[in-house]
Design a protein around this ligand. Sequence first.
Ligand code: NAD
Length: 246
Amino acid sequence: MDTLDQAAMRLRDSRHAVALTGAGMSAESGIPTFRGKDGIWAKYPPEEYATIEAYLQNPQRVWEFWKTLAHEFQHVKPNSGHTALARLENADRLKAVITQNIDNLHQSAGSRHVIDFHGSMGRLICLKCHRREPFDTKSFDAGPPSCAQCGGLMKPDVVMFGEEISKYALYESHAQTQQCDVMLVIGTSAQVFPAAGLPYQAKQGNAYIIECNIEPTDFTHDISDAFLGGPSGEMLPRLVNYVLGS
Ligand code: NAD
């Protein structure tokens, strides 16, 4: 395994670097990962609350889950890991962030090219006419809204189990992955597909894989060239300071 300074040199000399981020990226902002004993799945089992069928059967009940999540998201701020990635993009050393997170924290930190692979809690989508509109997390208290245009049931523009990833997110993330010569893989457990397939696809195209996680994952054993073992809020600023020489 390469060390942090070797990884930094590969990133500094890269032609097209991209990042794939997961729940661990936002852990230091105070959003717990969904798995584990304190995770949200422990209180709201995904088969009861996170499937599109469950929402269609009982929108009011499932909305309670969205409301709890929205409350968790309301006061959170980007952490130093998010800021480090935004600095890297501003310095033209990072072309895109593909995130599995739905919390909008990369955008709040100043990242501009963000692909919300699993959607975002900051928008609603109408299940009938597919119109999207921005949504304030404070508005979740009012219950499931109806579409102002067609009266259809709306839901957060987030990919639930049983739903497909948006065509745009799939197309753009594959395009970025095909082009990349360095991929940063941050705070993701390698368990949720198809997102977990992207680092493998990058590796097949000979990309150099820099992984940051507090514990090893399947990526670590299979494809990572450098493993930054520690919280992303600490490791990413160190990496980026090295790359940008500050
Ligand atoms: P996951 O919960 O399966 O795995 C999180 C990973 O982050 C683990 O490997 C863990 O070791 C690592 N981790 C925890 N704290 C870390 C830290 N401080 N620094 C670096 N790594 C850390 O998450 P996943 O792979 O992203 O999949 C879960 C799915 O649930 C995602 O697809 C996402 O849509 C959703 N989710 C979103 C949010 C959010 O929007 N903030 C939060 C939780 C889950």
